[in-house]
Design a protein around this ligand. Structure first.
Ligand code: HAM
Length: 443
């Protein structure tokens, strides 16, 4: 808290004077710090929605046998180069990479999947015999152009399952995503699914795409011309209308899937039907990361603009062995928390605060002890250390929308009985601290 009565804008506006960096006068450092572009503070008033979201996510995922796994915010750069993929936009353009004081190249994680794979290999979680179903929520970092729904520090809720080859698990996690979105009151969603094939069948498809892209090369944007050489599937991600138009004429992966991938995709659809999940097959859904095999999916909503994917995921059967670990397959998804919250309908119940109104120094001491007693039993008590009269106390409690006011004055201390006012009904009750606690607990 600052004593400056001016608003942050006024403070910033008053600091237009150019300050000489060489000035030794401490008062000359006038420009207040500001959050980095593309990052944001989550303030009280808003944070309650995040907490409710996180809590619903935890309880939902645990119902499906998932457990939390927390990995570091930064990792060796190679982890993402190898995991996320050297041709992905995330790795080529968007990573926050820096060299630490030990000369190592580190990267603030742009996504979570490679970190979980690394943790499994490092701790040999595959040998423990426990189900390998993990969830995590936390910040991710991508240096992209900030816009609505796209930030440089954003938050994901990520889930991953390992060691389950069956397409049923792909369907189960999609259904789990819907279960959570339903609890959050997210409506107007559409589920898109596809299969991007595997190492056996994708090369032929990539070759066919390369050939098709080659024929229209001159009409493609420079980025897609490059993608045609490195990873032609990525052309489907291009937002340039001319490229999209051309991509619509390209061959479809569906016609190139090997028997195993075709079968997996057919099974996925049967399980989704069995679970009552409506979906649309989008044969151009390739996703922006390099590691996917077989299943890919996204849940999009009509309530968001250009950044309409609230979550995306898929299967990645080769990442663990490509890292030199065991041959264990994986599948999962990540939700963008900002995007989900912007379309969610959650209204956390307001907090029930008890405001302590004390008069005088002795009452302050007694009130402090009372607050300690009540907090010990789970009652939220707010004590502010300003010498206020009773009227000012009530004015403040009203402003804070406190549920209760506890009145502590000399007479109350002598009698060992205190006044408790219910601010909604205006009713005031007197009682010992135990009696009042019993009443507060009933509420
Ligand atoms: P992704 O599609 O890159 O996948 O990101 C997943 C979700 O994170 C997106 O659908 C979106 O909601 C959100 N998101 C991504 N970038 C931003 C951004 N700059 N600002 C705000 N929200 C964003 C992955 O990250 C994979 N790791 C998902 C996965 C897990 N696949 C398998 N397992």
């Amino acid at each position: 808290m600052t004593d400056d009565p001016r608003s942050p804008k006024e403070i910033a506006g008053s600091h237009s004077t150019v300050v000489k960096p060489s000035s030794l006068d401490a008062k000359a450092i006038l420009i207040p710090p500001q959050a980095i572009k593309g990052t944001h503070d989550i303030l009280p008033g808003e944070v309650e929605k995040w907490q409710a979201f996180e809590s619903l996510a935890r309880t939902t995922f645990e119902l499906y046998g998932f457990r939390e796994l927390r990995a570091p915010v930064f990792e060796p750069t190679e982890l993402f180069e190898k995991g996320t993929g050297a041709t992905s936009d995330v790795v080529t353009k968007e990573m926050y990479t820096f060299t630490d004081k030990g000369g190592r190249s580190l990267t603030l994680r742009p996504e979570y999947t490679p970190s979980v794979v690394r943790a499994i290999i490092e701790h040999r979680l595959d040998l423990e015999g426990a189900p390998m179903r993990y969830y995590y929520m936390g910040p991710m970092f991508r240096y992209d152009k900030p816009q609505k729904g796209r930030y440089r520090q954003f938050h994901q809720i990520d889930i991953e399952v390992f060691g389950e080859k069956d397409a049923a698990v792909d369907a189960e996690i999609i259904e789990m995503a819907h279960a959570l979105l339903g609890k959050l009151g997210v409506t107007g969603t559409e589920t898109l699914v596809n299969s991007v094939g595997c190492r056996a069948c994708r090369p032929a498809y990539s070759a066919a795409l390369r050939e098709a892209a080659g024929k229209r090369r001159a009409e493609l944007c420079p980025d897609c011309q490059r993608k045609a050489g490195t990873n032609p599937l990525r052309i489907f991600d291009c937002k340039v209308e001319a490229c999209r138009e051309i991509a619509r004429t390209f061959p479809l992966i569906t016609d190139f899937l090997c028997e195993e991938c075709r079968e997996h995709f057919a099974r996925l659809r049967t399980y989704l039907d069995a679970l009552g999940v409506a979906y649309r097959v989008d044969p151009r859904l390739v996703r922006g990361l390099d590691y996917y095999t077989k299943t890919t999916f996204e849940i999009v909503t009509s309530h968001l603009g250009a950044q309409n994917a609230v979550l995306g995921g898929g299967r990645y059967d080769d990442m663990m062995k490509d890292f030199g670990g065991p041959d264990v397959c994986g599948t999962g998804f990540a939700m963008g928390m900002e995007r989900v919250l912007s379309v969610a309908a959650i209204a956390p119940a307001p907090k029930k605060t008890l405001y302590l109104a004390y008069l005088g120094d002795e009452a302050k001491r007694a009130g402090l002890e009372l607050a300690r007693f009540l907090r010990g039993s789970g009652v939220e008590c707010l004590v502010e250390y300003k010498d206020r009269g009773m009227k000012a106390h009530f004015g403040r409690a009203n402003k804070l929308q406190a549920a209760w006011v506890l009145i502590v004055g000399e007479n109350e201390i002598k009698a060992g009985r205190f006044g408790l006012k219910d601010m909604a009904s205006g009713r005031q009750i007197d009682g010992t601290r135990e009696e009042l606690l019993a009443l507060l607990r009933k509420d």
